[in-house]
Design a protein around this ligand. Structure first.
Ligand code: CO8
Length: 255
């Protein structure tokens, strides 16, 4: 059985984590299949954006504890269980996480590695690794701190503080919160809207916003300036500005 269920509609690829019996715990087979699918469709012109989701009661309850519980340090390093998490940052098209229910540990790290999060009212975010005698291992300490600030990140990492959907919205972890019956449709509609926009500008805009988290302000501004100049070599820049001037809708080519 496939661990990732994929559908494409309105230029949006919906990727559904499919281990409902284990609260979508992220074992290595699932993570590899997820990243392989994202990479394959990132190169497919029929897709303009992604939505990654789980089910109503769990986006993902973390990495698979049963898979890793008996590993030594060397085994967990050499088996490469964490490295699939790193592959998502090389995806060029926008990735939206549609989160409902439990979003814990590696599940929260996966959601935070996406570009935006649409949450259902029942979403609950946390990093419970401390209760297992470890810490987050796929970026949680770093991304939480950048996203929420030190105070809350410390509480979450050191004391298993979880966030309700409303708190996650208030603190800036998620983009929007919607009733559970609508969270997936809302994420799909947002992705479909972005997928109608100029593809090169979307790709570069995503890259630049993500760069802001990793670089100094003046370096980031310099990179942004180069990216802006670069887009003036694209057909879409000519089309977009001419279409504005001619009072018509632009026809994007993605080049
Ligand atoms: N791993 C493996 N199995 C899981 C996990 C998990 N993370 N979470 C739930 N399951 C399984 C349960 O064992 C249970 O299976 P079974 O029916 O065979 O006993 C099934 O899913 C249903 O779970 P529950 O019966 O526990 O359901 P509840 O509604 O009572 O509770 C909870 C739901 C609160 C989500 C609870 O299952 C829970 O606390 N899960 C563990 C959460 C957790 O600690 N997550 C952190 C894991 S460590 C991690 O993510 C580190 C990431 C580091 C990088 C990645 C490295 C590879």
């Amino acid at each position: 059985m496939s661990l990732i269920l994929t559908e494409i509609k309105d230029r949006v690829a919906l990727l559904r984590l499919n281990r409902p019996e284990a609260m979508n715990a992220l074992n290595s087979a699932l993570m590899i299949e997820l990243m392989d699918t994202l990479e394959r469709l990132d190169a497919d012109d029929a897709v303009g954006a992604f939505v990654v989701t789980g089910e109503a009661r769990a986006f993902a309850a973390g990495a698979d504890i049963k898979e890793m519980m008996d590993y030594s340090s060397t085994e967990i390093l050499l088996k490469g269980h964490i490295s699939p998490f790193d592959r998502i940052k090389l995806i060029g098209k926008p990735v939206i996480a549609a989160v409902s229910g439990w979003c814990l540990g590696g599940g929260n790290e996966l959601a935070m590695s996406c570009d935006m999060i649409v949450a259902s009212e029942s979403a609950r975010f946390g990093q419970p690794e401390i209760t297992l005698g470890v810490i987050p291992g796929a970026g949680g300490t770093q991304r939480l701190t950048r996203s929420l600030g030190k105070a809350l990140a410390m509480e979450m990492v050191l004391n298993n503080r979880t966030l309700s959907a409303e708190e996650a919205l208030r603190f800036g972890l998620v983009n929007r919160v919607v009733p559970v019956e609508r969270f997936l449709d809302e994420a799909l509609a947002l992705a479909a809207e972005i997928a109608t926009r100029a593809p090169l500008a979307v790709r570069i805009g995503k890259e630049m916003v993500n760069r802001a988290l990793e670089t100094h302000l003046s370096d980031g501004i310099a990179e942004e300036r180069q990216a802006f100049y670069f887009l003036f070599s694209s057909e879409d820049q000519k089309e977009g500005m001419r279409a504005f001037n001619e009072k018509r809708k632009p026809q994007w080519k993605g080049k």
